[in-house]
Design a protein around this ligand. Structure first.
Ligand code: SP5
Ligand code: ZN
Length: 329
């Protein structure tokens, strides 16, 4: 399978994230990169297709913030990565202030997604990587893997969170539609609900979103991904902590059946390896040996398929998990 990656994606190098009342070492750290690269073999670098396709999903104002935030943070006299800390939950969501603290809160929903000096570059090239994978699939490859990093599925059209800044699956879905695809299926198998992707596409009939994830009553992102959000083009299948392959497989099969019934002509898989039993921030019990059969069932849909990388933080198992998943195609 052709795999895509750009070295500039390493530039995002968060040291810490804030949750449970204190800073913790960042789970989405640079160590993930070599773990995955060592396991997937040769990678191709993307060409630069510019900003146009990003703007089909993300607002200009938001992209400006991602690009400028860290410079402005330093200019305001701060050090280290930029963190939001005040959010316009009540009223005033449309009050747009120039102060960096206000802009960060305006465009985010958690405090675990810092912006550092290299974040914009890494995000930009991560989207280009995803688009290069899509181009391969649209050009006739049955499947392609875009090693996108940082992840994307928590990012909405104008907000970051969940270690995600730009939504690769969403940009690729819009790009594929612009290139002539009729209906896109997005299958999200990360441990966490892809709230950004759901938010971007809710109510559409040309993009389907099916997600299997930890019950948000107990797990991040808490406010989205509940079963009662399923309607129209959205299917959420939350599962309890402790779910192993026996518990996962029926929901997984149901998601695939639901997508197939709606006759998409292209599939985008948001793949997270954080469903693995060793994941340090997650609580499913999938094993490395479960990922090839999972992928084979997806491949049996017979659709041109782009795989984008989302989460997965058990660095010692990460390479083997990604390789096992890709082997199923
Ligand atoms: C792409 C992706 O997988 N994003 C996930 C973001 C999850 N951030 C949540 C941080 C809170 C984790 N709590 C962990 C408790 C460990 N004992
Ligand atoms: Zn995740």
């Amino acid at each position: 399978m052709r795999c895509f990656w750009d070295e500039r994606q390493r530039a995002h190098a968060p040291e810490a994230e804030f949750f449970n009342g204190k800073l913790h070492p960042a789970a989405e750290h640079q160590g993930r990169v070599d773990a995955i690269l060592a396991a997937i073999g040769a990678v191709e670098a993307p060409r630069d297709s510019g900003m146009e396709l990003l703007l089909r999903v993300h607002s200009q104002e938001y992209l400006d913030l991602l690009r400028d935030a860290h410079r402005e943070w330093l200019a305001a006299g701060r050090e280290g990565d930029a963190f939001p800390y005040t959010f316009p939950i009540v009223g005033r969501r449309s009050l747009y202030l120039s102060r960096i603290d206000a802009r960060l809160g305006q465009h985010s929903f958690d405090t675990s997604t810092p912006i550092g000096p290299g974040t914009w570059d890494a995000c930009y090239w991560s989207v280009q990587t995803a688009l290069a994978g899509l181009a391969a699939v649209l050009g006739g490859e049955q499947s392609a893997f875009a090693f996108t990093r940082p992840p994307g599925h928590h990012a909405g059209c104008d907000y970051f969170g969940g270690y995600s800044y730009l939504n690769h699956a969403a940009v690729c879905a819009e790009a594929a539609l612009a290139a002539g695809s009729r209906r896109i299926a997005i299958l999200d198998v990360d441990y966490h609900h892809g709230n950004g992707t759901q938010d971007i596409f809710a109510g559409r009939d040309d993009v389907l979103f099916a997600s299997i994830h930890a019950d948000p009553s107990t797990d991040y992102p808490f406010f989205w991904g509940h079963a009662d959000e399923s309607k129209g083009n959205i299917l959420n299948l939350p599962l309890p902590r402790g779910t192993d392959w026996n518990g996962y497989a029926p929901a997984f099969t149901a998601a695939i059946d639901w997508l197939e019934e709606r006759e998409p002509d292209l599939l985008i898989v948001s793949y997270g390896a954080d469903t693995h039993e060793a994941d340090p921030i997650s609580h499913f019990k999938l094993k490395t040996s479960d990922y090839a059969p999972m992928a084979r069932r997806i491949a049996a849909m017979g659709l041109p398929t782009l795989i984008v990388m989302e989460g997965g933080y058990a660095v010692d198992a990460l390479g083997a998990n990604v390789a096992a998943f890709l082997s199923g195609f």
